[in-house]
Structures are given as structure tokens and as C-alpha cells.
Design a protein around this ligand. Sequence first.
Ligand code: FRU
Length: 322
Amino acid sequence: CKADKVYKIGVSQCSQDDWRAKMNDEINREIMFHENAVVEIRSADDDNARQIEDIKYFADNKFDIIIVSPNEAAALTPIIRKVYESGTPVIIFDRNIIGDTYTARIGVDDEGIGRSAAHYATHLLGKGTTAIEIYGLRGSTPADGRHNGFAKEYENEGGRLLASVPANWNKEDAIPVTDSLLKLYPDIDLIFAHNDRMAIGASEVARRHGRRDIRVIGIDAAPEIGIQAVADSVIDATFLYPTEGHRLIQTALAILKGQPYRRETLIPASSAVDLTNADILLLQNETLKQETGKMRLLKAQIDDYWAKHSAQTSLFYASIAI
Ligand code: FRU
């Protein structure tokens, strides 16, 4: 029969985009397997104040656990600390806060991804090349990590990073930034962007400048945007930034049920997605989408069965009572 305690899990996403949509799909897929849990996902649309409100909403409405990807570390740390210290467990994922006032954190080795990107650039172009970097959002930890890893490794391998300018993780911001940088540094060999949306914007600008030869590397490898852009030769390579939505839900439930969990998880960097593997990854994604569709159907059938079953059971008890 159905479990009585239903855990309420609140997920506070800082943004809404292709990468987060993939993660939200994974969260919603995982929750289908736990009938004693419900999830609500809120997106702050890149706004610190809105994200603070979302976290307060979860706390005020007595959610059992809050999962947060903080837009900017410094701005979100105080509210997260407050909620955590008041006794509500908090899981931090992807972007970090300052300090460690959280129950668990699931992060990715951003420096490692930056190093892999630099290494790949040398493999693609040889040593002694020049690059510009389209930075994520200043004050969000993955951008700092990606920059540190890339800059060190690229320069170690004989490259020169000429400029690094933030474009706030957006294609719209990356376009004017790249345009000005290409006027200042017309002879560069490489554009390294901290995510695929910015890489795609940068590539479009490079082409407009008549520079199809500039190599462009991004990060995320969400299928519909990043991997598709590689398959279409809009960008040269991307690096997987794992989403792991299922792992977030499993960790949340382990915490709530008093089961063992890891306090710190750092997912390692992986190898490049380029023309050698983009098509097969897109194919796998299609399969996954179909399977998810079937799971949803099955879940709807089960829910329907339970609804009818419990209606019949209460009718039965009602007739006995009479
Ligand atoms: C999605 C995103 C990704 C990036 C990540 C960094 O909102 O901008 O593109 O890799 O956040 O936290």
C-alpha cells in the first residue's frame, strides 16, 4: 500500500536553459520511482533576489529538503546558511557558495574541464597559439574554476590567452563581447567559451568577421544545443558538464531517511565531444527520450490504477459502515 510520509523536495535553479532543462528532466524521471516524495522546481532566471525568494518560499512552506544551484556565491550564501542553520537540510549542486554551510554538495571538477579544454586546443592547433576567453558570470564558481584550469594549462602548453571577458552564460551577451574582442585581436586562433550557448554566439560572430578558421570550444554538451552544434560544425568541441539530476534526488532521500550519503561529491572532467562522437551521442539521446516517454506512460497508468483502487476501497468501507 502507499507510504504515508511524503517528503517535499524543493529545487531552486538559478537559471532556465538547455542544460538545466536536461537536469530537470532527470529529476522528474527519478522522482517517478519514489512514491513517498514530491518535487517542486523553481527557476530564478539569473536573478539573485528572486532566488533568495524561492529559497524562502521552500523554507516557509516546510519543504523537507532544499536543493540549490546558487546564481552567485556571495549573494546566495547568507540565505542558504540561515536555512541550513535553522535545521532544514540543504544540498548544493553545480555552482557553489562561500564556505560549507550545507548538508551535502555535488559539484563538478571545473578546473579539470578547463585543463581538458586547453589540452584539446593544443591537440587541435599545435603549440604557440593565441586565444580569447568568453567567461561565464563573474562571481559564479564554475566560471572561476574553468578559467583557472584553462589559463594555466594553455599557457603551460605555450599558448597566449589575450583576453577574458564575461558574457553571463548567455548567447546574447557573448555576441557583442566577441565582436569587440575580434576587432581588438583579429589574429586569434581559438575562442574558448565557458558554455555552449556563448560558444555558439561567438562562432556566429567569427563567421560574420569572415573567420571560419577560428576554432571554438564550449562546455556543457547538452544534446539539443551543444552536441547538435558540434554535429553541425558550428563549434569544434564541447566538454560534458554532468547534470546528474537522479543523483540529487537519491542523495536528498538518503539524507531524509537517515541513510548514508557522501557529503562532498566532485564529478571528474571527461573527454571531448567532437565530430568523432557527436552523432552517436545524439542517437543515444533520442533513445533516452523515447524510453522516458514510455516510463511516463507507465507511471500515469499506475497512478490511474491506484486512484481507481482507492476509490473502490473507500466505497467498500463506506458500504460496510452503513
Ligand atoms: C546553465 C549554466 C551552464 C553552465 C552552468 C554553470 O544555467 O549556465 O551553461 O555550464 O550553468 O553553472
